[in-house]
Design a protein around this ligand. Sequence first.
Ligand code: R5P
Length: 327
Amino acid sequence: MQPLEQQAVNGNDLKIFSGRANIALSENICKHLGVSLAKARIEDFPDSELIFKVDEDIRGRDVFIIQPTCESVNDNVMELLIMIDCVRRASARRITAVIPYFGYARQDQKHEGRTPITAKLLSNIITTAGADRVVTMDLHAGQVQGFFDIPLDHLHAQPVFIRYFLEQNLGHLTLVSPDVGNAKVDGNFARKLGADLAIIDKRRISGAEVEACNIIGDVDGRTILIFDDIISTAATICAATSLLKERGAGKIYVGATHAVLCGPAVERLSTAPIENVVVTDTVPVTPEKSNQISNLKILSVAGLLAEAIRRIHFNLSVSSLVEYGTG
Ligand code: R5P
């Protein structure tokens, strides 16, 4: 499918604001759209409260607020809510929260008694703050879309990864899903890459530890691509890598959309037998982290998000974007 004819955006009607979670990504998105970030300030008070002030007229405008809710998750969530509230009170015509990484998405159900469903709580408060729609990417579970009663566009970084891995000419790949939950998404990815699929049976022991128990599929002597939505502590990826090596796998490549990289992740990834760790820029990776993972490659999803924003602005289909992507 060919991209729809490009239509330039009008910076007077489309206003893009950035929270502080990933300003580089917001600026890159604006560059793709040929607009500047709208004028605003965020100020911190000594007691850690903050205030957001818009420095230009946005009455009746189509407003997009870009803020992944990554670390520090709670601060970034609050900043997003305050920004939405502010632009609503400044009479924006429509407010779209662009949340490239949706923190708390993993709390999408009660895994045991007397626990919250924080992904649902977040969807409630984002809507209550005044968002009219949400754009997000590679949610931990697609069902989280249903937590919102406003339109939500769920983008996938897959086209960006597919283009990258096909360009690398790695030969015939076996795509490994590091847990059963990702198998459907990874099956689709494998088909597009012309790869075989294998699945790991994983058990989580604690927040930072998992056990890779078994592999469904043939990995002996294969070139492997492990694909996951998130690398958080890297327990999942490293347990998968060890088991794959035990079972005779050849070179191992890793792809993951959200580089959360917390706790022992950097140390684990820098010592694991992985050729390449490929992530996107939905979450900023500090130079301190990236310098320690010598084989880290960061792909940009700015073009994909910019195209989604342009289509929403012009009321064009966003779902067709997923089919060909624009990295
Ligand atoms: C879990 O189901 C997710 O898809 C990821 O595999 C998980 O959140 C990654 O976390 P960690 O890197 O801490 O194992």
